[in-house]
Design a protein around this ligand. Structure first.
Ligand SMILES: C[S@@+](CC[C@H](N)C(=O)[O-])C[C@H]1O[C@@H](n2cnc3c(N)ncnc32)[C@H](O)[C@@H]1O
Length: 331
């Protein structure tokens, strides 16, 4: 991923060669059985297939999996090729079965896919776990098709190891604008609150998510990773299905979204990524979280609807001008 010329408004996080050299020193590589404390809050730069056997057992509270979907896609020179549904199911199984040992009996598992990958994910998950739900989220981006429906949705399957699991419903409520502000006989708001920004109601989150924005160039979290997930998506999952201090694990870390959001929300984390540039990008974002722990679309414990413009603009702390220049200046 060579450095690109960008407009001054473009906030995309990029890496210089010097940063890659510095950040790659933080990366782990496993070649012997490891203890939890050795991988806690780290990024493993390795092929998942060679790392799995060295991971500790029974330490993960929340497993977030965003594997290459069953589509042909280039990940910084490593192409993933679309295959038949049965071959993709076999590919999932080839690493999924050995990953189950890292989970605590109370763990939750989320697996991402598009409609073409969903059948395989369901097949594998039901073999090992109790499936609880399938979330569908709307992507705003997407190319129109000439003779098909535009592909604008993705799925996230939610499963648990047992019937004992964490689900913090109060932490994932959605703040929605009130269209009909009903009042009771005394003129008091029925189930909504009046604020300087308008009238809002806190609602229970459903399994249809329409409040997400896929990262793009003017968002502070954006990178050049081709399939980066929004931080807000991870925030919902991490807040609902883990508690502070829990361990969140991601075997296909990409640009690091899971680790970054876990850190911002006070969880422990570890991720595996086989591409060195992406692994360094993850490390850079994890460092940046020391200075800016905001999550676009989430503020003061509530999630906002998409594009309401009501989220906080800045929560950078203890930051020197040099750090500002290093982490947040436009490339
Ligand atoms: C769908 S992306 C994950 C994106 C990530 N959730 C984010 O927000 O940036 C999948 C990632 O898995 C990595 N990957 C693919 N095969 C892998 C393997 N065998 N071991 C480790 N990483 C792998 C790819 O390089 C890619 O970055």
């Amino acid at each position: 991923m060579p450095e690109k010329e960008r407009s001054s408004l473009n906030k995309t996080i990029s890496l210089s060669q010097k940063e890659i050299e510095r950040l790659s020193k933080n990366l782990k590589h496993l070649n012997a059985p490891t203890k939890v404390k050795e991988i806690k809050n780290t990024t493993i730069h390795q092929d998942l297939f060679s790392a799995i056997k060295f991971l500790p057992e029974n330490f993960v509270d929340l497993l977030f999996i965003d594997p290459p979907y069953n589509l042909t896609k280039d990940f910084n020179g490593n192409a993933f090729k679309q295959m038949s549904i049965s071959s993709y199911t076999e590919w999932l199984e080839s690493w999924f079965s050995s990953l189950t040992k890292i989970l605590k009996p109370t763990a939750s598992i989320y697996v991402c896919g598009d409609w073409q990958s969903s059948t395989s994910i369901h097949t594998i998950l039901e073999k090992y776990f109790t499936i609880r739900n399938r979330i569908t989220w709307e992507r705003e981006k997407g190319r129109g098709a000439k003779a098909n429906w535009k592909n604008s949705s993705e799925d996230i399957w939610f499963a648990t190891v047992s019937d004992e699991f964490t689900f913090n419903i109060e932490d994932v409520k959605l703040k929605r604008k009130v269209i009909a502000p009903y009042v009771d006989d005394e003129g008091k708001a029925k189930d909504w609150n009046s604020t300087d920004d308008g009238n809002f109601r806190l609602t229970h989150p459903s399994n249809i998510w329409t409040d997400l924005t896929v990262p793009f160039w003017s968002m502070a979290e954006n990178t050049d990773h081709p399939t980066q997930k929004p931080e807000k998506l991870l925030a919902k999952i991490i807040l609902a299905s883990s508690n502070k201090g829990d361990f969140v694990f991601d075997p296909f870390l990409g640009s690091g979204t899971t680790s970054v959001v876990a850190k911002k929300l006070g969880r422990n984390y570890c991720g595996i990524e086989k591409d060195k540039t992406y692994a360094c990008l993850a490390e850079k974002r994890i460092e940046m979280a020391n200075y800016d722990n905001s999550i676009q679309g989430y503020e003061d414990g509530v999630f906002f609807e998409r594009n309401t413009g009501l989220t906080r603009t800045k929560s950078k702390k203890n930051i020197t001008p040099a750090q500002e220049e290093m982490f947040f200046s436009k490339s």
